[in-house]
Every structure is written in C-alpha cells, then in structure tokens.
Design a protein around this ligand. Sequence first.
Ligand SMILES: [Zn+2]
Length: 283
Amino acid sequence: MRPPLLASVILLMAAFPAAAQQPGKVEILWLGQSAMRITTVQGKVIVIDPWLKGNPKTPAEWKDLSKLGKVDLILVTHGHGDHVGDTAELAKMNNAPVWSPAGLQDTFITLGILPAELAPRMNKGGTITPLGPDIKITMTHADHSSEFSYVDPETKKRSNQVGGEPAGFIIELENGFKIYHMGDTAVFGDMRLIGERDKPDLVMIPIGGHFVMSPQDAAYATREMLKPKYALPMHYGTNPYLKGTPEEYKAALGTSPTEVLMMQPGDTHQFDAPARDVTKKRG
Ligand SMILES: [Zn+2]
C-alpha cells in the first residue's frame, strides 16, 4: 500500500507542475530579448516572441523547446527574426495557435510556414479570448517596422515578405492582472492613452536603443505615460547596437514608484492579484 504522505505529494505535484508556481499567482519567465512565457493563474501558458535557439542570451537548457512544457498560445509582435524565432516549430509541437499582425499571418500561411488553422487573423484594437472568457488579449500599436525576411528552404534565396504592422499586446489574466508586452517600439504619445485607459500592472519594455527606445526614452514612457506597478526591461544586450542597460533605465526613472524587475534570462517572477484601489489612485 502506498504511504498516504507520498500519495498526497504526488497529487500536489500533478496539480502544480509548473515549477512550484503558487496558487493564485501569475508567473513570468524571461528568456532574453523579448521572449516570455506567461503562466496564468489557472495554468494556461502563453509564449511571446519565442526567439530561443538563435538567441545568444537564452540559457542553453531553454533552447530545447520541449522544456517550455505545454504551450497553449503564441503571440508574435512583428516579423523580425529576433521575434518570430522558433514560432513555427513551437506552434506545431503544441498544436498551439499563433496570433501576430494580420499581414504576417497571411505570409506564414502563403509560404507554408504555418497551417491556416494555427494562424488566425486579428488586428490592432481587437480583443480576443482564445483561452476562455477570463483571459483577454488586445493588440495595440507599436512604432516600428515589420518586414519578414524569408529564406526559401530549397533555393536558399532570401526575400523580404509582408510582415503586417508591428504590434504590442495587452493581456488581462483571470485575476485582473494586466501585462503590456510592448514589442519593439519608439516612444509614441498614445502610450498615455494605454496608461490611462488600460492601466497595465506590468510592462515588458524594450530599452536597448538604436532599433527601439533607449533607457531614457523607456523611462520617460514609464514615468510619464504608462505608470505601471512593475516594469521588466527587455530587448537589450543581444547585439552590439542594443547598448541600453537596465541599470541606466532604473537610474533614468529616478523616484518613479514603478518597481523595476532586474531579471536575468532564465529567471522567473511571480505576481499576486492586483490591488485595484491602488491602481485607481495612480490613474
Ligand atoms: Zn524589430
């Protein structure tokens, strides 16, 4: 007969397989550049911009895509290689739908990169609920470009394909926690609208400069427009152009109440349900 203690431990492990994620919490795993795995309160897994195998900042263990576990949904912000990355392989492994700018979805289907059933279309301003009514995903503006560079597997010829309009995503989870993954972007004035209307709890914000905001730009956007409780700086240090550092971002924020998460690729962070009364005061 199995000892009852061992049986309950096994049951507990089955109930919470995602590396000791605590009940009621949201977990973020950052894998370098803009690659994120979000595990929701109810254990749904959303992966964003999965550039892992070719990403110099992704820890070696995470280059095995199966290590991500079951993936329910993939979001891609735009057509650049450091964001599309391993999307197709991950989507097919998990039979998980990919949502990216509509023009990029068309290109994925036309080139046979994804089957149509894994590449549905949406556009900016639209909100989708593919993981159930309690998880709302809205596509937002990003001020960037989105050409998709494609190498034909047979001829090895490179061409630039339609990549749609670059985007960001606002993800509202079951407990009301709101994450704004900004994609690649310059500062734009409607970040103020997002700050006022959507009130993100956590922003995943590019800080590398050159192709995206500098640490100073990102600090301005955070302090003056978005006003989130937490900020996770991303999209830096993967190539010589992306010189901005989280230390510079933090210094530029000054006395802003936003808490900067100083994470390394491969780190996780867990969040409680948001206290909405506090958020209202900030708004
Ligand atoms: Zn880009």
